[in-house]
Design a protein around this ligand. Structure first.
Ligand SMILES: Nc1ncnc2c1ncn2[C@@H]1O[C@H](COP(=O)(O)OP(=O)(O)OP(=O)(O)O)[C@@H](O)[C@H]1O
Length: 595
């Protein structure tokens, strides 16, 4: 058979020879002919045209209704059509659940593709009811709150979804923003957010913007104070439904109890700025989580037999990112993309080849770059980038530089890791599947800890704004960790105390690897009580004496690991046991430990 002319092959898997060069040449020619879609077997490659090609109208959509894949040119609608046919068992197929995985670097067009797939599936279902209209409105709603402008994409997803510039820019795009705002209101109305909820959401957004304008000065003792020429802090506190003085106090100082006495420690200017930013971030993050949950609640089917539920999953996550300066966020995003790539490799290459071997089929080995070693580099325990970051974040003397030192030592010779040429640099380079990315670990420890400033949670839980109260309700009232190591000999008393404390409802126990524990020692009930007393926890803590549930794995944790315990201590509010490493060390000095 003659090879079709270049650019005319719709499924590149049918070519006798397919390597990177052939693939790229074919895609380039097709793209110049405005053919942005190309198949490679079951995979659809889409090249972002960044302009309206007029290929998504009703007429085109109708061509991809219950058709054979080969009947029409490659198209995103065909992917939706195939998934639809498979899930309903069209043409005598056995109905099977479907999953559509969309991957590509930031700005590649994943979110637009997701929206087109959803639209086509709804059209295939002849969806015309309110629910379908609501589903279509979910995207503009989530994008309004969950997307942001980045260097690579004006409307970049900052979150993943799986179905279950400032003033000058504002002026330039005022009309567009006005119409987007109207779309958002429309979407919120349609999905079912009440006027009251919408008001509260806008109050929260406004409070965050005002909070961002708050600046700090510092006095002769380096203590931060709020400079509030424009009254932003007053407006922010009013919108958040909290007392202004309390907000000022929480952003500029920390009050703790030491041996029953109240001690106030003033923040430095830098720390106050960090407290402001962390507070704004927490409020926004929680509100976004609430929006997602609310949408799920509002759109959940009323009467579905869960056992018979059919599902088309569509995964759209933030794409691979490579900026001039890459930080912790880029590392997390790129790691998520590496995992998707791994999943893809597993399905397309590894499992397929294993199947051939099992069935004795003659085949030529397909070479592909297995990114497992890179995942190991990041995820291995105890020596992986993330574990080492966790370890350094919990180590009182840990710094971003000491973290990078450890990476340089542990990953010397690892072909996926490149140490910076500069001495004392916090930079390092990773060879990702999608290319080399140089990261700067500045602020990584702080970003990884992601702790809320002392007192913020309690303050927001008492807000008179119902939505603020709701999103902070039932959450941790005190942050920190309880660092413990127990020997078998003393684990009994410790276990009993812990079980009493967690009896009301254990939230979660996170265990870290054994070498986190620096000081060997044993603890008894009195020691723990003293620690709690020392940090002021016991004053507010009601320990239930009976009816606790035994955690089967608890002894194991206590015996082997340092544990971080988050526990429900009183009422409806959850509390972390507030002994962090600093406290722990100071506490040992003051109380006198058994070590
Ligand atoms: N099929 C398409 N036709 C025309 N323009 C498109 C198409 N797909 C994407 N675009 C354009 O590219 C921009 C970026 O696309 P999109 O937001 O879908 O990228 P993404 O891969 O989801 O990025 P991120 O990972 O940053 O969220 C869109 O705002 C749109 O302008």
């Amino acid at each position: 058979m003659e090879r079709p002319a270049p650019g005319k092959v719709e499924d590149l898997a049918t070519l006798a020879k397919l390597d990177d060069q052939v693939l790229l040449e074919e895609l380039k020619i097709r793209y110049s002919n405005h053919d942005i879609y190309t198949y490679v077997g079951d995979i659809l490659i889409a090249v972002n045209p960044y302009r309206d090609l007029g290929i998504y109208g009703n007429e085109v959509s109708g061509k991809y209704f219950l058709e054979k894949k080969s009947a029409n040119p490659p198209h995103i609608f065909a992917v939706a059509d195939t998934a639809y046919q498979c899930i309903v068992g069209y043409g005598g197929r056995i109905p099977t659940n479907q999953c559509i995985l969309i991957s590509g670097e930031s700005g590649a067009g994943k979110t637009e593709s997701t929206k087109l797939i959803i639209k086509q599936i709804i059209d295939l279902c002849r969806g015309n009811t309110q629910l379908e209209q609501q589903i279509l409105q979910v995207n503009p709603l989530l994008e309004a709150f969950g997307n942001a402008q980045t260097q690579m994409n004006d409307n970049s997803s900052r979150f993943g979804k799986y179905l279950s510039n400032g003033a000058s820019c504002l002026k330039r795009e005022q009309r567009l923003l006005k119409s987007r705002y109207e779309d958002l209101i429309n979407a919120m109305d349609l999905v079912g957010f009440t006027d009251e909820e919408q008001n509260s959401m806008f109050n929260i957004i406004a409070s965050i913007l005002h909070l961002g304008n708050v600046t700090f000065g510092f006095d002769d003792h380096d203590a931060a104070y709020v400079q509030d020429e424009n009254g932003d802090i007053k407006i922010a506190s009013k919108l958040l439904g909290i007392n202004c003085e309390e907000l000022v106090g929480t952003l500029t100082s920390m009050v703790t109890f030491t041996a029953g006495e109240q001690v106030k420690r003033n923040y430095t200017q830098q720390r106050a700025e960090d407290a402001r930013d962390a507070t704004a971030k927490a409020i926004y993050g929680r509100m976004f989580g609430w929006i997602v949950n609310k949408i799920n609640q509002l759109l959940a089917p009323r009467c579905v037999n869960l056992n018979k539920k059919s599902e088309i999953g569509i995964l759209d996550i933030f794409g691979f990112e490579h900026f001039e300066k890459n930080s912790f966020e880029q590392a997390c995003i790129n790691l998520a993309n590496e995992q998707l790539q791994f999943f893809f490799n597993q399905h397309v290459f590894k499992l397929e080849q294993e199947e051939y071997i099992k069935e004795g089929i003659d085949w030529n080995e397909i070479k592909f770059v297995d990114n497992q070693p890179l995942l190991n580099l990041f995820l291995n325990k105890p020596i992986g980038v993330l574990s080492l970051l966790d370890e350094e974040s919990h180590f009182p003397k840990g710094t971003d530089a000491s973290f990078v030192d450890k990476l340089n030592t542990h990953f010397k010779g690892n072909s996926y890791y490149v140490k910076s040429q500069q001495t004392k640099s916090t930079k390092f380079t990773i060879n990702h599947y999608a290319g080399k990315v140089t990261y700067d670990a500045e602020n990584w420890l702080e970003k990884n800890r992601d702790t809320l400033p002392h007192g913020v949670m309690e303050m927001l839980q008492c807000s008179s704004n119902d939505l603020v109260k709701l999103i902070f309700r039932g959450q941790i009232t005190r942050t920190g960790t309880l660092a413990l190591q127990a020997r078998k000999s003393s684990s009994n008393s410790l276990q009993i105390l812990m079980e009493k404390m967690t009896s009301a409802s254990p939230v979660f126990v996170r265990c870290l690897k054994p070498n986190h524990v620096r000081a060997p020692g044993s603890f008894n009930e009195k020691y723990i009580k003293d620690q709690l007393l020392y940090t002021g926890m016991l004053e507010t803590t009601k320990i239930r004496r009976e009816g606790f549930a035994v955690r089967p794995s608890f002894t194991e944790f206590v015996d082997k690991y340092k544990i971080i315990l988050k526990t429900k201590l009183y009422g409806d509010s959850l509390a972390d046991v507030n002994i962090n490493d600093d406290y722990w060390l100071q506490g040992r000095k003051q109380i006198g430990s058994e070590n």
